[in-house]
Design a protein around this ligand. Structure first.
Ligand code: 2BA
Length: 114
């Protein structure tokens, strides 16, 4: 019999949400790996979490991500943004989404443990 198809759930979350999310995933029995990463726009530290699960487990993993990573908005000075900051004349802060999560679900072609 063929093993069930595997999916790789890739999550980009804020550092503050990522630790809680890792704990919840592991408590629920899902494997997870956290990698330190940096957002290209805000250049703030965030975390990338990888979780390889069976296709039928993806919805439960995504539900946990939704519960633990809530989006909010924050006002950031324009000067703090790498793309626009240099030489910016406007002083009003811009509204950006922080927290929440970006989730990619990708098919795993091959999984091997050596
Ligand atoms: P950052 O690239 O630092 O982006 C942080 C937040 O800034 C974004 O939140 C978004 O609200 C805003 N933002 C990003 N680029 C923008 C732009 N060109 N103009 C205006 N506002 C912009 P999220 O969308 O929740 O993304 C959070 C983090 O997830 C990103 O951090 C990045 O590290 C990652 N990410 C988001 N979409 C991605 C994608 N398609 N591929 C790879 N990484 C992605």
């Amino acid at each position: 019999m063929q093993p069930p198809p595997l999916k790789l759930v890739v999550v980009i979350a804020s550092d503050s949400d990522a630790d809680r999310l890792m704990r919840r995933l592991v408590e629920q029995g899902y494997p997870a790996t956290k990698i330190g990463s940096t957002g290209g726009f805000l250049r703030r530290g965030n975390a990338t979490i990888l979780s390889g699960v069976e296709e039928g487990e993806v919805e439960a993993v995504v539900a946990t991500i939704r519960a633990e990573c809530r989006a909010r908005t924050e006002h950031v000075p324009l000067q703090a943004l790498p793309l626009f900051g240099e030489g910016a004349v406007l002083t009003e802060p811009v509204e950006v989404r922080v927290g929440g999560a970006i989730v990619f679900v990708v098919a795993v072609e091959r999984f091997e443990k050596t």
